[in-house]
Design a protein around this ligand. Structure first.
Ligand code: ADP
Ligand code: MG
Length: 153
């Protein structure tokens, strides 16, 4: 079982796409174990996007990600990190395949609606950046026997 960090970016909130995006993850079988709305500060943005802070386009990314409320969440499931990345699609909505969240809803390189951790280390770091342990509500959904066979983990 693996956990991934998801962030519904300000464009997702403003465009009223939160419900549709959350539904896609639920329909896939991922289990939401934490969720909250917040407004990202410039300081938090620099921590979240530490790998991009030196890039020429970082200031516009910071302006975007701090420009309105976001929803931070943690999902759990088998291979959750890769499953989420595949559901998001390529970074640019213009390049992302149809059927992915970015491919279906975004036509922007920057305003691509949802962030998902890109590996186990990033997931651990990002979950800790947004949530403390008491905010993580792990549970076993009663529907699990109808989502996959008992030997699939
Ligand atoms: P991903 O979110 O797919 O992992 P990156 O890690 O490359 O993509 O970039 C982080 C975020 O920064 C992207 O999701 C997007 O919102 C924004 N971004 C990426 N490239 C650019 C760019 N060239 N100009 C402005 N914003 C960008
Ligand atoms: Mg990335």
């Amino acid at each position: 079982m693996q956990r991934s960090f998801i962030l519904l970016k300000p464009d997702c909130v403003q465009r009223r796409l939160m419900g549709q995006v959350i539904s896609r993850f639920e329909q896939k079988g991922l289990n939401f174990v934490a969720m909250k709305m917040l407004q990202i500060t410039p300081d938090l943005a620099k921590q979240h996007y530490a790998e991009h802070v030196e890039k020429a386009w970082y200031p516009t990314l910071e302006g975007f990600i701090t420009g309105g409320p976001v929803v931070a969440a943690v999902v759990e499931g088998l291979e959750a990190i890769q499953v989420v990345r595949d559901m998001l699609g390529a970074t640019s909505g213009l390049k992302a395949s149809a059927g992915t969240i970015r491919g279906d809803f975004s036509s922007s390189r920057q305003m691509n609606l949802v962030h998902g951790s890109d590996g186990p280390e990033a997931a651990e770091r990002e979950i800790a950046l947004y949530f403390n342990d008491e905010e993580l509500c792990g549970y076993e959904p009663t529907i699990t026997p109808w989502l996959r066979a008992a030997d699939e983990d």
